[in-house]
Ligand binder design. Sequence first.
Ligand code: GDP
Length: 531
Amino acid sequence: MVEDKLSFIKEVKRRRTFAIISHPDAGKTTLTEKFLLYGGAIRSAGSVKSRRSAKYAVSDWMEIEKQRGISVTSSVLQFEYDDFCINILDTPGHQDFSEDTYRTLMAADSAVMVIDCSKGVEDQTKKLFQVCKMRGIPIFTFINKMDRMGKDPFDLMEDIENVLGIRSCPVNWPIGSGKNFKGVYNRHENQIEVFNDGNHGQSIAETITGDLSDEKFTGLLGETLHEQLKSDIELLDIAGDNFSLEEVLNGNLTPVFFGSALTNFGVEPFLKSFLDITTPPKARASNLGEINPESTNFSGFIFKIQANMNPAHRDRIAFLRICSGKFDKGMVVNHVQKGKKVKLAQPQQFVATDRVIVDSAYPGDIIGIHDPGIFNIGDTLCQDDSKLEYADIPQFAPEHFARISTTNSLKRKQFLKGITQLSEEGAIQVYKRPNIGMEELIIGVVGVLQFEVLEYRLKNEYGVEVSKQLLPYRHIRWIANEGIDTSDLSLTMDSMLVVNKNEQPVLLFQNEWSIRHILERNEGIELKEHS
Ligand code: GDP
């Protein structure tokens, strides 16, 4: 028994679960692939992508992603490196799918932020960074594409601090850039790593290491680069922020690394330091207080639901983040919100390029469980009979709305089935006009491309064609007054009254001004920004 407990704790301690975030094209997919390469999970780089070529990334499941060359849904990958068991949560880069990313970040213990060295901090990075910050997730920065001419490393650090408002501390520092990018200097270990050119990133990069003052580097790097490096490091030591693990873990300081995912330069030094600095799964907040991952009571929450990932099977998978205790295949757990027992029979994990059935899993791991339509995002599963519930996963307010109806009334049933499915996945939010039937719905989404996904999936998975009319509303407010008679409301031309699935009244507005107008015209009305 004691041995069981010890080996369980060992498993928890070697888990690292993180999300990778970036603006599209910064190199998130390439970096993920290189992690898999270093972990030995794939044999040669290039087997995962490129997305714009005929091949597609492991993380790109849907046909639409292949067609458009963007990643629509997040995926999960597990691999081993250096005795660590790593769970990567990949997130779609395109801003229109950010609600998926927001939810996925709830399942991560830390985040890697990939930045393109020629662009600096971009819009989408800013948004995702804010979500991490809100949740206090530690953020690690990988400045990518150093094999290309980019901004000066000192300017990039300043950019991170000014635009994102987080202090930064370089753990490694680039030696040269562009064609002259020769390697990195690890400040923690006072070690230079110079890379051998290798074979353009197909296999892992070989390195020559030594300390900063080692004479051999003058020959290897040339005198100018070696001197430049020494003076950069001197400046950083005097003027830079000091490294503090506590500040990193509190999300106030980001450790910064430089490299090139494409050529593999700097990938392994980053991975090693990152794994070393990040922590195993931490205790999580719940209605019963903080739950320690090392508690033997198995528990976890569902953060994502995805249907029809495999068109041949028409399956529906709920993604569960394990928070405490050991998971064993076939175990019976309590579905807390539904008050039901559920057997977890065919749990899947996503290992490199495959899906496999797992026998056991540990805190920090993500497993996919078959969902016969009983799970919702945010549901808690636990082994004992406590009424444990993990904190709710916030729903993000939609910013775009459209009127959607079936073109064929005989397909009404399939239409509603598809709409219900997509709303349960969290991809769309469904409203209707009061006193109007379900043939015509008002759909709200965070990004407009979600409408395309909706149309595509309804057609391909449910055989339903729809007509869509985009509406000019950009803001949503929930009416908080209990039992209000909405027929008494005085509305304006630029607002619309709808109800959600629980018949609660909701108002849609074209602009901020119309929200103020409604508040003035309807004394006592209370509008909430969240449901
Ligand atoms: P994502 O959209 O963030 O997942 O970015 P990708 O990984 O798809 O990369 C976008 C493009 O940048 C692709 O053409 C990659 O080959 C290229 N790329 C990625 N990393 C590097 C790098 O380190 N150097 C250079 N030169 N190109 C890179």
